[in-house]
Each structure stands twice: as structure tokens, then as C-alpha cells.
Design a binder for this molecule. Structure first.
Ligand SMILES: [Zn+2]
Length: 453
């Protein structure tokens, strides 16, 4: 007995010593990449800092300075040739698990394996377009995020909401018309496919909403998405309908807060947004049809406009019915009004595209910059898509999987998510919207995924 214990102690000490020296070794051998001769947009300042160097060590930025930086002898040196170096883009409104079709496709033609392949394909394309981080607000993307972090799939970091929470007949209640609710003499078929796809949890009443919130958190959601009112892509939820009572919103907010994170809502109309503000919701995606008074209330409450978007492919989505298309046309009429008021009242604005439901939607992801051009300078838009969006994502506090440093900025200690463009995107946003030609290098987490220099 004594001998065994001693051996165990020796083993433990040896193990610790070994782990210690391995850590020291690791510290020494972290690869370095030194970018020289670059003009830096740091994600916060309106102007480029010219003639800079940026040193990356491991997955973090170690130093940013004018002129030369001393790096280790094994550093890979990349001469930026006077190009623009900036933080990777962030899309805060993604549905990366709903990539190439709608509910009918996924229920009848696409199995979960094909679903995963399609999502992996779009994840890689997205990274190579310059998106190094996304927030998925409805869809079972926790596993894809893990696979990307483990290096099994190439793609952006993912802050996943996992399934969105919706009321019976709410947005993303994607049951067929003749499928009864599982609680109301339903066959269970609905449950099976909803569970398999995991796009949404149908929950009614504070208790069920609380349970659905905790269920999403159990899967590993970093924040919670609640469908607060009618939407475009589903059929039983008129745009003016309100998804939940204040008590139901509050249940989601409380359960999210107990896990140190927040709730984002899908909403278009005034009543949904105002009710959610009262319950402590911190972010509204969409908001296309609210009035100026509601925008002011959002500003006063410190609520984010996470992703008002104008997707160019929305009206072309193949599986939309006439009713879906009518709703799409209606919401798009509100885009410029709300964006104008949001700017006027100093709302916190992030960048999001709502790419979902068809390949064309993903093709057009960067065109959201073109839609915003009417309201914002390139510098304002690029701040929205970098440091602002990162600030929004950081509200997931201790649920945030990426805590080693800030995202969306070029500064010491930040994650090395770096893009290198020909030309100056602060003068011409078209540089960012044509990445095949202009985006010369993509680094995420210190690793280079594209380099055409
Ligand atoms: Zn959405």
C-alpha cells in the first residue's frame, strides 16, 4: 500500500515537472509572424496608421508599432507592401446550419449529413471572404463551431445560440400545416425532425421558455435567441404579430442571466421590441418596421441594433411562397428609415447579414456594406463589422469561448484575426466587397488560411 502511494506521488511530481517543462518549451516555440510595411485600420480609429509593423505570436497579437519590430530569428516575415491590414470581419446574424434550402427541403430532401457538408462548405467560403467570426442566431451550430476550433473544418469562430426559441405559431414554427403540436395530439413526427434539425425550440409560457433557454445553454449556446414577433420565412406569424408576453421574455432573460449571458430577439414591429426592452433584452436583430420613437427607446435602454440587414438575395429565395415574398418586400421598405434613425439617435450598431436559406444569400453576404453606404462612411461600417460587433459578442461574458483577448481590433493582446487588402477600404468599401480580387491574406487565430502575396 505504502509503495503504491509513493510511486503515485513520484509519478505525480514527475508529471507536474514534465508538464512544466513542456509549457516552458511551448512558450519558447510559439510561432511568430511579423507583418512589415502595412497601413493599419485598428477597428476603432477612422484613419489608417501608416508604415506600421504587427507582430503575431501564437494566436495573439504581440506588438503593433510604427516602423520596425524586433522579432525572433524564426519569425515568418511578410512584407505588406503598403497594403491595408485590419481585423477580421464579424457577422452577428448568421444561420450557418440553414444554408442551401428551406424547411421543405430539409424535411424531405436533405439529411443531417448533407446539412453538415453544406454548412462546412459555407463556413470555409465565409472565412475566405474575410469573416473570421460569426454569431449564429438560430440553428444547431455549436458542433460546427467545435469542429472548426478543433481544426476539423475550416471556418470562422462561431458564437452559437443553438436553436432559437419560438412560440407555437411563431417565427420558425416550421411545422407543416397539418402537423399538430406534439402537446396537442401530435404524432411526434414534428418533434423528431425539429429535434434532428435543431433550428428552433417551440415553447409557450414562462416555464417552457425558461426550459428551452436552459436547453440551449445545455447544448453550449453562448447567447440566447428568442423569436419576439412575426417573421418572413415562416407562414403562421404575420409581421404584426407579437411572439411572447413580457413574462415569457423575462423568463428567457432571467435564465440567460443566470448563465451570465444575454438574449437577442428577432423582431420587426414596435410592440415586440418595446415589450422585450421592458423585460431586459439587450439586442434586436432586424427591427425593420419599428418607428422612430421605438428606436429612441432602444437607444435609451442601451439596446443593440445587432443586425438590421438588407439581403439582396431575399426575394429570390427559391422555396419562398408568394406570402413569404410579400412579407420580404414589406420588411425591406423599412430598412433605410430605421438605419437613418439608428444613426440619428446614436444606437449601438453591429454588422449582420441574415444569410440563410439559399446559396445566393451567402454569395451576397458582403453586399450589406453596399446597403449601408447610403448612411455610413466606410470607416463607420468597418467599425460596425469589427470592434462594435466584437463588443456585442463579448456580452456573452463567461459563456464566451474566446477569452484570451479581444476580437475585432488590432492591438497588443488581441486575437490575431487579420486581413490584408490591396488599397484602402476606408476610402472605398468596394475593396471589402470584392475579396476574390482584393483580399490578399486571411489569418485567423494566428494561422494563415489564404495568402496570395
Ligand atoms: Zn435571422
Amino acid at each position: 500500500m505504502f509503495i503504491k502511494k509513493s510511486l503515485l506521488v513520484v509519478g505525480l511530481i514527475a508529471g507536474i515537472a514534465f508538464a512544466g517543462s513542456a509549457a516552458a518549451q511551448d512558450e519558447k516555440s510559439k510561432p511568430q509572424v511579423l507583418f512589415t510595411n502595412v497601413n493599419v485600420f485598428d477597428g476603432k480609429n477612422d484613419m489608417l496608421a501608416e508604415g506600421m509593423s504587427v507582430l503575431v505570436e501564437g494566436n495573439l497579437i504581440k506588438k503593433v508599432a510604427k516602423g520596425d519590430i524586433d522579432a525572433g530569428p524564426n519569425a515568418t516575415v511578410i512584407d505588406g507592401g503598403g497594403r491595408t491590414l485590419m481585423p477580421g470581419l464579424i457577422d452577428t446574424h448568421q444561420h450557418i446550419m440553414i444554408t442551401h434550402g428551406g424547411p421543405t427541403d430539409y424535411k424531405s430532401k436533405i439529411d443531417p449529413y448533407m446539412n453538415a457538408y453544406q454548412s462546412s462548405y459555407e463556413a470555409e467560403r465565409m472565412l475566405l471572404k474575410g469573416f473570421t467570426t460569426i454569431r449564429d442566431v438560430g440553428g444547431p451550430s455549436v458542433s460546427l463551431g467545435k469542429a472548426i476550433d478543433q481544426g476539423l473544418v475550416i471556418g470562422p469562430r462561431i458564437y452559437s445560440s443553438q436553436g432559437a426559441i419560438t412560440a407555437t405559431s411563431g417565427h420558425m414554427d416550421f411545422r407543416n400545416y397539418n402537423e399538430y403540436h406534439p402537446n396537442m395530439q401530435g404524432s411526434g413526427v414534428t418533434d423528431a425532425w425539429l429535434a434532428m434539425l435543431g433550428w428552433a425550440f417551440i415553447a409557450d409560457g414562462p416555464a417552457e421558455v425558461r426550459r428551452a433557454t436552459r436547453e440551449a445553454l445545455r447544448f453550449g449556446a453562448t447567447q440566447i435567441k428568442v423569436m419576439a414577433g412575426g417573421g418572413v420565412a415562416s407562414l403562421y406569424d404575420p409581421l404584426e404579430s407579437v411572439g411572447y408576453s413580457e413574462a415569457e421574455f423575462r423568463a428567457a432573460v432571467e435564465a440567460a442571466k443566470d448563465y451570465d449571458t444575454y438574449v437577442a430577439i428577432h423582431a420587426y414591429n414596435d410592440i415586440s421590441v418595446r415589450r422585450a426592452i421592458k423585460a431586459g433584452v439587450l439586442d434586436c436583430v432586424h427591427c425593420h418596421l419599428v418607428n422612430e420613437e421605438t428606436v429612441k427607446m432602444m437607444a435609451d435602454a442601451g439596446m443593440w441594433l445587432g443586425s438590421l440587414s438588407n439581403p439582396p438575395g431575399l426575394l429570390e429565395i427559391s422555396w419562398f411562397t408568394d406570402e413569404n415574398r410579400r412579407k420580404a418586400r414589406t420588411i425591406l421598405t423599412g430598412y433605410d428609415n430605421v438605419m437613418g434613425w439608428a444613426k440619428k439617435h446614436g444606437l449601438k450598431i453591429a454588422f449582420g447579414t441574415d444569410a440563410a436559406g439559399g446559396k445566393a444569400m451567402f454569395d451576397g453576404q458582403l453586399l450589406e456594406f453596399k446597403a449601408r453606404e447610403k448612411h455610413f462612411t466606410p470607416a463607420e461600417m468597418l467599425k460596425q463589422a469589427t470592434s462594435n460587433s466584437a463588443e456585442l459578442l463579448a456580452m456573452s461574458n463567461s459563456r464566451n469561448p474566446y477569452k484570451a483577448g479581444p476580437l475585432g481590433v488590432i492591438q497588443k493582446g488581441a486575437y490575431a484575426d487579420i486581413l490584408l487588402y490591396d488599397g484602402n477600404p476606408l476610402k472605398n468599401i468596394n475593396i471589402v466587397t470584392a475579396p476574390a480580387k482584393t483580399l490578399r491574406l486571411v489569418m485567423k487565430d494566428g494561422k494563415i488560411y489564404k495568402n496570395t502575396l
